[in-house]
Ligand binder design. Sequence first.
Ligand code: PGA
Length: 250
Amino acid sequence: MPERTPCIAANWKMHKTVAEAAQFVDALLPRIAATQNDVVICPSFLALSEVVERSRGNAVRVAAQNMHEEVSGAFTGEVSAAMLGEVGVDAVVLGHSERRRLFCETDEALARKVPAALAAGLEPILCVGETEEARDAGQTEAVLERQLQTDLAAVDPAGLARVVVAYEPIWAIGTGRTASPGQAQKAIAFIRDTLRILGAEADRARILYGGSVKPGNAVELMAQPDVDGALVGGASLDPGDFAAIVEAAG
Ligand code: PGA
């Protein structure tokens, strides 16, 4: 089985000014100097350049939290993949449940965003996950399958290998309720099987867990055979906590 480099991503959401982002990077870098893991920071659009500049020459990569699927046009308030690439961004989070729920992001839009990101040389970090109601109704796998099938419909096998999927059960995001390691493993193994059916070289695909990851639960979650890292919200705002989670990935 191919080795998959663990990926630990900090999703800052709408937190941290440019100055605060700079302080964070300066505090984080010495703490993760020895890591072999793939460390990604996802700041606000405004702080992207600052984080790119500060982390140059270090192991940190930088991701945006969203982008528009078109190359350019009359889309007030939006940012394109090429604009992100120009400032040195490496990756982009797509389909986060907050964007799906609060900003009407649809699977149909994601089906266009994922290939647009790939075409611009960005690594998509595609978020999928079920609501609590769907889980209680035994619909977790059906939801994940539908999201993956739709969002990745226009991606060829070579592109699929470059997509990182983040399994983020909605009931675990920002709630302090974490999926158990067994629940995370089961859902992520299902995602891997689904990627295989879609034509991906699934043993190479990296699939992360997200939802109330903390230094205290990160080791157990990331010890699961199919869990290749974490997308971290709240606990990524503190450089010490985030560095501890990076370390927990091994
Ligand atoms: P959380 O957020 O770690 O605060 O639950 C995770 C996410 O939304 O990516």
